[in-house]
Every structure is written in structure tokens, then in C-alpha cells.
Design a protein around this ligand. Structure first.
Ligand code: DGY
Length: 428
């Protein structure tokens, strides 16, 4: 791309982030997602920091202002009423002063915070903000281990596919199939009024998503009992890798600020998780796999979730090379990568949300991991795929076989990742 077209791309991306800005938080896209989402907001801050560092911190501060007393940071904050989304606060009924959902999402806040601090133009502002956010992020990480790993295995489980952020990934099919659907209250989906149903999860999944919400609601959203009461309990390698990385990033910041106790605690949690990670490795597939805690077995689903451990430098050198090779293989099977599921798997669907399409935030995290593990050329190739994909618009996700943009349009985190990639990587 020429310098001129890169500049035009950056300007378009910045305009999208501004247009979706609601003052103290940013909506992922108009219509389809009219509230604040947890990991969307944190990753959006990566783009916002290039024009306004104070605004970038505010995005995360607003999210953490709605942290639960037990430490959980909810996956949606319903700041203002809007019936263009389902399920809204009347379904969740979590009883929070500002309504929120009752589940969480991948804990990227720690890794984003470190990046914000280390690259800040205004060091004093960044340190002041980070000092206040650190104990809140640490409380969230502590919550993950206490509530989602009550037996102390070192790895945390998700209790709902939405907690993974990769809602209808093939990773969850087997565990979700065991969730009943009896007693699900009648409902009308809104997502399929905004987006072609062929690009969204199926009804069979939505029924189960809602059954789980109703079950947790009936237990008063008491996280001390939800883990053991849930028929869906899956250890996702991606969320655990993100957690390890964020633990290490907050520990790094804490040491820098002289918060040695917080640092040591985060390091200890990360070390326990590292030691447990080998149990998720599949030598046959050359990547990590989810572990179904209810069935007591690994799930044979070679998705991108099992490659995100690169982000935390997990595994020995042989495992890291195997994961890099899996990314090469996945990219070789499509026009643009990285597909979120292996196209060689008959369950792959090129257009359906998390069952195959490419997502720029996943590419961003994979490229970061590839760099960290010593594979800069592979990282550059993944970033180049991302920039090629946005030539088809700032979509929510993309068909890896054709490059077509899918799902919601003018999507905030897609735009934010483009801004961050253009500003920081040699690929641009
Ligand atoms: C949705 O509604 O599709 C969201 O991904 C759930 O968080």
C-alpha cells in the first residue's frame, strides 16, 4: 500500500472509533451492540491512545467502575436502555446499580494497561492512571481463580460460551450439547435483525445460551456456587493464556511501582497456571485444546484458541514451533488468515461468526505472540493479512476464503487494531 492509502486507512479507522464513542465508553458497532463490552473496550483503548491517551484510560476506567463487589468485571455494561439488543438487562436481572450482564469475558485489561503505560507520551498521567487500575485488575484475576477454579487446578473454566468471547466456536459444541433447553422463556433475537442469520450462531445454540443465563439467574448470580452448578464448564486455552499474560504484565507494572505484594501474588498465579498448561497439549494436533471439566476430557477441536498460548510464551520451544506451524498451515488453506477454525475440519464454516471467519483482534493477539516467541516474519505475515482484509471495510469479521466483510459494519475494535497496527508495526 502507498503512504497515501495507509494514511487514508488510518483516517477512516479513527473516524469509526470517534463515531462509536459515547463519551466515557465506546459501543462496538451501532444497532447490533449498543452497550459497552468488556474486551472490546480494552482493545479499543489500544487505538484510542494514539489520538488521546486520557480517553484511552477512560474507556477502561468506565468498565472497571462497574466491577462487581466480588471482583468480576462483567461482559456487558448496559449504560442506557436500548431494545435493539437481546438479551438485555431485563433478562439478566443481576441487580447491579447500573445494569450489567452476569458473566465475564477474556481478561485483556492487564496486557493493554502495560502497553498503554510503556508507550505513553504523558508518562506521569499513565502512571497515575495505572496505579489506580492495577488493584482492580488484580482483584478480577483473583476472582477468576477463586470462582472459576474452586478445586485449585491452576486453570480457570468458562461457564458460558459468551465468556470466551468466541461465542459459537466449534470448541464448545460438545459441552453445549449437554446443556438442556427445557424451561427456556420465549424470546425474540435481535442480532438476526441486524445481520444475516447465516453469519450468526444458530437457534440451537441460543436456546442453550439462554438456559445457562436463566440457571445462573435462578442462583442469584452467586459466583461461589455457579461453577459447580453449571453443566457447562470448559477450560479454554485462550482465556487461560490471556490471563497468564495479563498476570505477568500487571506484575511487571506492580514491580515498577514498588507494589511488591501485588506483583508476587500475580506471579504466583501465573506460575501455577504455567505448570498446569501441559495438560492441555495435543501432540497429535500440535496445539493446545480445551478441556471439558464435566466430561473430564480434552475436546478435539483444532481452533485458533489453542494457538493463543503463544501470547504468553507458553510451552517449550518444540511446542511453540508446532503452534507457529499450525498458523502457517491454517493460512495456507485460505486466501486471508488467520481462520478461527481449521478449514480442513468438516465443521468449519467460512461465514458463521466464530466457526471459521478471521477476526482482526485475534490476528493482533496471534501476531503479538508470534513476535514474543521469536517468529517475527510470521507475525508480519499475519498483520499483512489484517491490513489486506480491511480493504473490504472495517467489518466485525471476514470470510477467510474470499476476504468478504461479515457481521456488523464500521466496527470499533477492527478500526482500533488497524490504528494500533499502522502505528506500531513494521508490516505497515
Ligand atoms: C452477542 O450477543 O453476540 C455477544 O457476542 C454476546 O456477548
Amino acid at each position: 500500500m502507498t503512504t497515501h492509502s495507509l494514511e487514508a486507512l488510518r483516517a477512516q479507522a479513527a473516524a469509526i472509533v470517534r463515531d462509536n464513542d459515547r463519551g466515557a465508553y465506546t459501543v462496538p458497532t451501532k444497532g447490533l451492540y449498543p452497550f459497552q463490552w468488556n474486551w472490546d473496550s480494552c482493545l479499543t483503548a489500544l487505538g484510542q491512545r494514539h489520538s488521546d491517551e486520557r480517553r484511552a484510560f477512560l474507556e477502561i476506567e468506565t468498565l472497571f467502575a462497574h466491577q462487581w463487589p466480588d471482583g468480576m468485571v462483567p461482559h456487558i455494561v448496559f449504560h442506557t436502555p436500548d431494545d435493539s439488543y437481546f438479551p438485555g438487562p431485563e433478562v439478566w436481572r443481576t441487580g447491579r446499580p447500573t445494569p450489567t450482564s452476569g458473566i465475564t469475558q477474556p481478561p485483556v485489561a492487564g496486557l493493554v494497561l502495560r502497553r498503554l503505560v510503556e508507550t505513553a507520551a504523558d508518562r506521569a498521567l499513565a502512571e497515575e492512571k495505572a496505579r489506580l487500575l492495577l488493584p482492580k485488575i488484580a482483584a478480577w484475576h483473583r476472582w477468576f481463580h477463586a470462582m472459576r477454579d474452586p478445586a485449585g487446578s491452576g486453570l480457570v473454566a468458562i461457564l458460558h460460551p459468551w465468556e470466551s468471547g468466541r461465542d459459537n466456536s466449534i470448541d464448545w459444541d460438545e459441552a453445549l450439547a449437554r446443556v438442556p433447553t427445557d424451561g427456556v422463556e420465549p424470546y425474540v433475537r435481535r442480532d438476526t435483525q441486524h445481520v444475516d442469520p447465516a453469519e450468526r450462531p444458530r437457534k440451537v445454540e441460543y436456546d442453550r445460551y439462554l438456559w445457562l443465563v436463566q440457571r445462573f439467574r435462578s442462583l442469584g448470580w452467586d459466583n461461589r456456587v455457579l461453577h459447580d452448578a453449571s453443566p457447562f464448564r470448559v477450560v479454554d486455552p485462550a482465556i487461560n493464556a490471556i490471563l497468564v499474560r495479563s498476570e505477568e504484565d500487571i506484575a511487571h507494572l506492580a514491580r515498577r511501582f514498588g507494589e511488591t505484594e501485588l506483583a508476587a501474588e500475580a506471579e504466583a498465579r501465573a506460575a501455577r497456571a504455567r505448570a498446569a498448561f501441559d495438560s492441555l497439549w495435543s501432540p497429535d494436533l500440535g496445539q493446545y485444546l480445551p478441556f471439558d471439566r464435566v466430561a473430564g476430557q480434552l475436546v478435539t477441536s483444532p481452533s485458533v484458541g489453542g494457538l493463543l498460548p503463544l501470547l504468553a510464551g507458553l510451552g517449550d520451544e518444540g511446542k511453540r514451533i508446532a503452534m507457529r506451524d499450525r498458523i502457517r498451515t491454517l493460512r495456507s488453506r485460505v486466501r486471508r488468515g488467520v481462520p478461527t477454525h481449521d478449514p480442513a475440519d468438516p465443521r468449519f464454516e467460512a461465514k458463521r461468526y466464530w466457526r471459521g471467519p478471521c477476526w482482526l483482534i485475534i490476528n493482533y493477539l496471534l501476531a503479538d505472540g508470534l513476535d514474543r516467541c521469536g517468529f517475527p516474519e510470521d507475525a508480519a505475515a499475519v498483520r499483512a493479512d489484517s491490513l489486506a482484509l480491511v480493504e473490504n471495510g472495517f467489518a466485525e469479521y471476514y470470510d477467510p476464503l474470499t476476504g468478504e466483510g461479515l457481521g456488523g459494519g464500521n466496527f470499533t475494535w477492527t478500526a482500533a487494531i488497524v490504528i494500533e497496527t499502522l502505528a506500531t508495526s513494521a508490516a505497515a
